[in-house]
Design a protein around this ligand. Structure first.
Ligand SMILES: Nc1ncnc2c1ncn2[C@@H]1O[C@H](COP(=O)(O)OP(=O)(O)OP(=O)(O)O)[C@@H](O)[C@H]1O
Ligand SMILES: [Mg+2]
Length: 238
């Protein structure tokens, strides 16, 4: 097993609020790490801390054997972190292909190379037939797939997915689970923040549960969903 990502003792504080409190995690190549927890648990903040979008107060992040703790997001992206954002942000007056090209240019300055990478990313998420439509014409399920394609066009070693399944209807959810499964089958490593338990159960090799900034449980999906502390965090003590 090759450890591709390691975070040690991550702490993120916003004024008086400790959003992430001394959380550690590690990810092996080709595996899916699921991050779950109630609203406001600190999942996106931890995710942002690892990808460089949130400042950390203490802790260390090692990515592909390099200390990236103090590197800006675009450098981490260049080194192989590819992420989606919880709220999709397409350039609405650009086509689907152009949206993905913006990401593909990061590692491919030549238009021809960038286009090849972008088209391949669109193919992987089943959006090739929409390449020349405006992104503003896409429905929610396709917008999510566009977000995934944008992250893939960064040619990442580790893919960070923040709630890409939220709000999808059952067929679209099933499809999205399949897209992620196909990616991991080819060796992609994934960190996934997700509220949809079906996706976690089907995809995650290891699950970490956060509540109020703290790691309260970890293990396989079936281990954590039966953990009393986890049930309590989701449902309250009553
Ligand atoms: N930039 C910020 N400034 C101040 N407080 C923040 C900031 N970002 C997040 N927080 C706070 O940190 C806590 C954790 O938020 P975070 O968005 O990480 O939760 P989450 O687990 O992703 O929740 P959700 O499931 O709703 O997406 C919340 O109390 C939130 O209000
Ligand atoms: Mg969040």
């Amino acid at each position: 097993m090759q450890t591709v990502l390691k975070a040690d003792g991550i702490k993120v504080q916003y004024g008086g609020l400790i959003a992430v409190n001394n959380v550690s995690l590690s990810l092996e190549k080709g595996q899916v790490l699921g991050l779950i927890g109630p609203n406001g648990a600190g999942k996106s903040t931890l995710f942002n801390a690892i990808t460089g979008f949130a400042p950390i107060n203490s802790g260390k992040i090692t990515f592909l054997d390099q200390d990236v703790t103090h590197l800006p997001p675009y450098v981490r992206t260049r080194q192989g972190m590819g992420r989606t954002f919880q709220t999709e942000r397409p350039y609405e007056d650009l086509t689907v292909l152009e949206n993905v090209l913006v990401a593909a240019f990061l590692k491919n300055p030549k238009r021809k190379d960038a286009e090849r990478v972008a088209l391949s990313a669109l193919e992987k998420v089943g959006l090739l037939d929409r390449a020349y439509q405006l992104s503003s014409d896409l429905n929610l399920a396709r917008l999510r797939r566009l977000e995934l394609a944008k992250a893939l066009a960064l040619e990442p070693q580790v893919l960070f997915l923040d709630e890409i399944m939220a709000g999808l209807n059952p067929p679209a959810l099933k499809e999205m689970i399949e897209f992620v499964r196909t990616l991991t089958a080819t060796g992609m490593s994934v960190v996934m923040v997700e509220h949809i338990m079906e996706a976690i159960i089907q995809l995650a090799d290891h699950v970490i549960v956060l509540a109020s900034g703290n790691k309260i449980a970890e293990g396989t999906a079936s281990e954590v969903i039966n953990d009393e502390k986890v049930i309590e965090a989701y449902l309250g003590t009553d």
